[in-house]
Design a protein around this ligand. Structure first.
Ligand code: SAH
Length: 379
């Protein structure tokens, strides 16, 4: 990877860079705006800078370092899965879900809190982005786990996924309402510093409010505490996925390190903002973790927390040894939680036909029959 990449640098760093080149520090602000507000695709497009400075940046080895769209797959439900290439040739996946919440909040409510009147000309969508190439957490029901972890994404590569998709879809926050979920490939809390730096640039530079962002963790407990202390942070979702330690350790080996007691204690200690709720995600695996008894155990853990539960019926995939439960089992599970006064919603799968749904991101085109997709090679 090129260490001298501009994308990912914050305003103080860009001001410092300008000064290093003997330029006034306001050039740093111009760089910042070009990178994050205008979202230029290369240094030559930064028209506010004198061409001498652009030349100096280039001769000193600076490049933009923006990841590029390699290909995209369009689902019948409007979801688009992007395969995005980093400068070292590694690829990562991000997902565009037009209209509303993309099933993230699952209950039809918006991710943010402000009320506004949607205008016909403005777009709403949710973008799901990745934090690592592959994943080390090894959850038994998730396709990304089959890759193992290749490396962390840099700050620029995290922000750059959003930039590339906004450009491709021709939308621009804050006028267009964009929700962001850090729920793609990887475990954001195992790439914590880059993830948080990216969040700050997305808020301050790109203009997506933190109230429209949600990060999901498999349960890296010490980072949940760090995250709670952040002055600017997305909302928190926790992948619960099992109702007791025996089951959770089998499905999510990370549970050996931080068990349910530790996880729920961290959730209880998490400082919520006014009106904010935690989300617990629970992937339902037929006959494995989806019985009425499992639902009652979940209710025990969550009781008294300001939280909601998003149920996700398993999105299947090759090499995943579990089945999707019937609608009836999902509804029974939901009813038990609701009867225990826990707001519980069923997340609507998006882009299953193109392997874009939760747990299906695996950087592959081989997985899918060509008849099921529209593949658009970018040039
Ligand atoms: N690593 C983080 C971020 C990924 S979020 C985390 O685990 O939270 C992706 C969500 O999809 C998680 O809640 C995960 O439990 C869920 N998931 C994984 N595989 C799935 C599958 N095959 N079907 C449905 N949901 C799945």
């Amino acid at each position: 990877m090129n260490a001298k990449t501009l994308l990912g640098m914050d305003l103080p760093a860009l001001r410092g860079l300008a000064e290093e080149f003997g330029e006034p520090s306001y050039r740093g602000l111009q760089l910042f705006e070009s990178l994050y507000k205008q979202r230029v695709e290369d240094v030559a497009q930064i028209s506010t800078l004198p061409s001498s400075l652009r030349a100096k940046l280039a001769s000193d080895g600076y490049s933009l370092g923006a990841p590029r769209i390699d290909s995209k797959f369009q689902s019948i439900d409007g979801t688009v899965r992007y395969l995005i290439a980093c400068s070292d040739g590694q690829t990562v996946e991000s997902v565009w879900m037009p209209e509303g919440d993309g099933g993230e909040s699952a209950d039809g409510t918006e991710a943010g809190d402000e009320i506004d009147t949607p205008s016909r000309s403005r777009r709403r969508a949710t973008i799901c982005i990745s934090s690592q190439i592959g994943c080390a957490v090894d959850c038994q029901f998730c396709l990304t786990a089959l890759l193992g972890v290749k490396r962390n994404l840099s700050v620029g590569e995290i922000v750059g996924q959003v930039g590339a998709i906004l450009r491709d879809q021709q939308v621009s926050p804050p006028e267009d309402r964009v929700n962001l979920v850090f729920m793609g490939m990887g475990e954001p809390f195992l790439n914590y510093d880059n993830f948080m730096k990216a969040v700050r640039l997305l808020v301050e530079g790109v203009g997506i409010p933190e109230s429209r962002m949600t990060v999901s963790t498999a349960g890296i407990v010490p980072r949940i505490f760090d995250f709670g202390a952040e002055p600017v942070r997305p909302k928190l979702a926790i992948s619960l996925n099992a109702s007791n330690d025996v089951l959770r350790t089998e499905l999510m080996p990370i549970n050996r390190k931080w068990d349910l007691r530790a996880l729920i204690d961290a959730a209880r200690a998490f400082p919520l903002r006014p009106r904010e709720r935690l989300t617990f995600e629970y992937v339902l695996l037929d006959g494995k973790n989806d019985s009425p008894e499992n639902a009652r155990e979940v209710a025990q853990w969550i009781r008294g927390l300001r939280a909601k539960v998003n149920l996700i019926a398993l999105n299947p995939g090759p090499g995943i040894g579990f089945q999707t439960p019937s609608q009836e089992r999902v509804e029974t599970f939901q009813k038990i939680l609701r009867d225990a006064d826990i707001p519980t919603f069923v997340r609507r799968p998006r882009g299953r036909d193109i392997y874009a749904a939760c747990g299906q991101l695996k950087r592959t085109i081989e997985l899918i029959g060509p008849s099921e997709i529209t593949l658009e090679k970018q040039t």
